[in-house]
Design a protein around this ligand. Structure first.
Ligand SMILES: [Zn+2]
Length: 66
């Protein structure tokens, strides 16, 4: 269980989790529409990437060119 960094609501379950290098990553989707990832290393939460502050880019495909 973790809290959404945008709205502070508890999100009970990760929608997805995987290993990324030395990190264990958990993807959460909050009911507010925000998505965020928790990065764990050696069992401790090290950092969070969240869509609401643009640290996690989601749903915004980059356009080619200018
Ligand atoms: Zn939220």
């Amino acid at each position: 269980m973790t809290k959404c960094p945008k709205c502070n609501v508890e999100v009970p379950k990760a929608s997805k989790d995987w290993n990324y290098g030395v990190f264990h990553v958990e993807l959460y989707k909050c009911s507010c529409g925000n998505q965020f990832r928790n990065y764990f290393h050696e069992g401790k939460l090290r950092f969070i990437l969240s869509a609401h502050n643009k640290s996690l880019p989601v749903g915004r495909p980059r356009k080619k060119g200018t």
